[in-house]
Design a protein around this ligand. Structure first.
Ligand code: IMP
Ligand code: MG
Length: 181
């Protein structure tokens, strides 16, 4: 790509701010799970980059599993109707599950996930969300770990996409382009 992308607005979170916060979260999680090996459950695809960095900042044995979900509806808005596209491989019975999410907007995706995973009998179930959009959550989500609270604008980068683009950017940017359909 040549020149700056006209669809990208201001930097919301620079690379060094992201990396520093991820290291802090890793330390906190390492301390909280000092006597347990958490099972990290990544919600694809948006959390893959965060999960990769976060897991390397956790100085404890961890295990990984992934789940892919999709909300029906338009590209930049969730409808709250969640479909499981790829389920977990592992059994959650008696596991200390830590869900790793990229971003919480309305919270409807997470609310669905929490109920779904809680029904599988884990010993503990906590959530680590990198980003939470201010003021939009429709439910009390009980987020144990939060990276950053950000204004309610659409953002891309560090795993987050619009129409599968921009996931590889090392920083988080405001997206100012058209919404793809
Ligand atoms: P919620 O159900 O409204 O909380 O939406 C959560 C999901 O929508 C996230 O896991 C993302 O996949 C997607 N999403 C919400 N806001 C953004 C954004 O600003 N950029 C990219 N994806 C987003
Ligand atoms: Mg997405």
């Amino acid at each position: 790509m040549d020149g700056p992308d006209p669809n990208l607005g201001k930097v919301v979170l620079a690379e060094d701010a992201l990396q520093e916060r991820v290291r802090e979260l890793g330390k906190e999680i390492s301390a909280d799970y000092s006597d347990r090996a958490p099972l990290l459950v990544g919600v694809l695809k948006g959390s893959f980059m965060f999960m990769s960095d976060l897991s390397r900042a956790i100085e404890r044995p961890v295990e990984f599993d992934f789940m892919a979900v999709s909300s029906y509806g338009s590209a930049t808005r969730t409808s709250g109707v969640v479909r499981i596209l790829k389920d977990l491989d592992l059994d959650l019975t008696e596991r200390d599950v830590l869900v790793v999410e990229d971003i919480v907007d309305s919270g409807l995706t997470l609310q669905y996930l929490r109920r779904n995973l809680a029904a599988r009998g884990p010993r503990s179930l906590e959530v680590c969300a990198l980003l939470v959009k201010e003021g939009l959550q429709k439910a009390d989500l009980d987020l144990r770990y939060v990276g950053f609270h950000i204004p309610p604008e659409f953002v891309v980068g560090y795993g987050l996409d619009v129409g599968e683009r921009y996931r590889n950017l090392p920083a988080v940017y405001e997206y100012t382009g058209p919404s793809p359909t």
